[in-house]
Design a protein around this ligand. Structure first.
Ligand SMILES: Cc1cc2nc3c(=O)[nH]c(=O)nc-3n(C[C@H](O)[C@H](O)[C@H](O)COP(=O)(O)OP(=O)(O)OC[C@H]3O[C@@H](n4cnc5c(N)ncnc54)[C@H](O)[C@@H]3O)c2cc1C
Length: 402
């Protein structure tokens, strides 16, 4: 192939370009990023965790690509000296219903091929996390933390040094097909390519529509706020402490994360947002809000999860409620231990027209184009495996080719 264009310079677009470059699938690869810098959205506003595939339905893309992806990501970090730490995590059950769900989670993890899962009770929990209190816990030794910003910097460097391009301030405005060519319009020029892969994250559905697709799902942004533990509270957390998640939602619940650059964060919650790239609680975009509010799937979603949606929205403004959530895992944590400095991220979560949240990664294809339409967590961990998967789909060699 002469030219491959990848839209979106987040970790998935960059990983896809890197894998395409390693496999020499095209003479020229161009990544188009709309912002002046790469990786400025989900890929740099996340928990920085390496997920090893615990949560996902066996056989799903998330399960397969997280398991493959964490191994590829850890190898990448080792090869390029990128800060990471496979420190392990615990998932903590604090009531009987969670104990039952923890068992299901362990079964899932085992089915997904995870190694070393260990059920803990009583004092065994405190041996690992002295301040965590629960009825039972699952220790997941393969998980860890990483510097995703450093991963992306290295990816850009490798793509460029292989002779390919990462262009910034280059938004893809429209894609049209002309014969066997895909023409991507940017404000600067029209670029012809043999194939286009859309990895535009929070805007992936808009890019797909600009190519004439009518996806069954739409991105509905869910903001996640983080709180920082003050130095006086850092002794409360050694590694990663997660709650047992609600299996009907793709969010993992507010957790404690030791960050690779130092410090501990608590979060993120999952709040319906009115701006796709809005990182403040009061951020609002008329266009984004209008699109969300006129999407019929939203109302069906709100009907299915009325309590969760409104309580998350209300609670996002309350430090007291956030603290109560944290105290479920670590009763010793106090108001003076947390501050709002933690920042936030916005998840590109696709919702189907019928109101269901897409639980798996999803993509749509048409000749000459692939559109990745749902790639939330564990998308950063799995990015190198997602890249390989997209290339295999492009070449028609993937076992799951659509
Ligand atoms: C709060 C939060 C916590 C998370 N925690 C984790 C975690 O701990 N571990 C994990 O593995 N995953 C985590 N995730 C998920 C992970 O961050 C995402 O799956 C991953 O970053 C998605 O990468 P991406 O490249 O698809 O999207 P993005 O990083 O959003 O990149 C998309 C890029 O496309 C660009 N773009 C958009 N439209 C256009 C256009 N028209 N033309 C050109 N460029 C365009 C954007 O500017 C952006 O740079 C988390 C996500 C969030 C929000």
């Amino acid at each position: 192939m002469e030219r491959l264009i990848i839209i979106g310079g987040g970790i998935i677009g960059l990983a896809t370009a890197l894998q395409a470059s390693r496999q020499k699938v095209a003479r020229e690869i161009i990544v188009l990023e709309k912002d002046p810098q790469t990786g400025g959205h989900q890929s740099s506003h996340n928990s920085g965790v390496l997920h090893c595939g615990l949560y996902y339905k066996p056989g799903s893309l998330k399960a397969r690509l997280a398991v493959e992806g964490i191994r590829a990501m850890v190898d990448f970090c080792k090869e390029h000296d990128i800060p990471h730490d496979i420190c392990g995590k615990i998932v903590l059950a604090v009531d009987e219903s969670e104990v039952a769900r923890l068992r299901d989670l362990q079964a899932r993890g085992t089915a997904n091929g995870l190694r070393g899962l260990q059920r803990l009770e009583g004092a065994a929990i405190q041996e690992i996390e002295p301040h965590a209190v629960g009825l039972a816990a699952l220790r997941v030794p393969e998980e860890g933390i990483v510097d995703y910003a450093a991963v992306m910097r290295k990816m850009v460097e490798l793509i460029r040094s292989a002779g390919h391009q990462v262009r910034t301030s280059a938004p893809a405005l429209r894609i049209r097909t002309s014969g066997s060519q895909q023409i991507v319009s940017t404000p600067q020029e029209d670029i012809a390519a043999d194939f286009v892969i859309n990895c535009a994250g929070l805007h992936c559905d808009r890019v797909a529509k600009s190519a004439g697709l009518q996806p069954d799902s739409s991105i509905v942004p869910f903001r996640g706020d983080y709180w920082k533990l003050a130095p006086s509270g850092e002794h409360l957390v050694r590694h990663l402490i997660y709650p047992v998640p609600d299996p009907t939602l793709p969010f993992l619940g507010v957790h404690f994360t030791r960050m690779i650059g130092g410090g501990i964060e608590a979060g993120p919650n999952a709040v319906l947002a009115f701006k796709r790239e809005g990182y403040q609680r009061t951020d609002f975009s008329l266009q984004d809000a209008w699109e969300t509010l006129t999407f019929p799937g939203l109302y069906r979603f709100l009907k299915k999860y009325p309590g969760t949606t409104w309580s998350e929205l209300r609670n996002s403004f309350s430090k007291v409620v956030f603290l109560k959530n944290l105290q479920r895992l670590i009763p010793d944590i106090r108001m003076e231990h947390i501050s709002r400095e933690g920042g936030s991220g916005v998840r590109a979560q696709a919702i189907h027209r019928d109101g269901s949240l897409l639980m798996d990664f999803s993509l749509e294809q048409k000749p000459g184009q692939i559109h990745l339409l749902n790639a939330p967590s564990p998308g950063a961990t799995a990015s190198l495996a997602i890249g390989n998967y997209l290339i295999a789909q492009m070449q028609g060699t993937s076992p799951n080719a659509c």
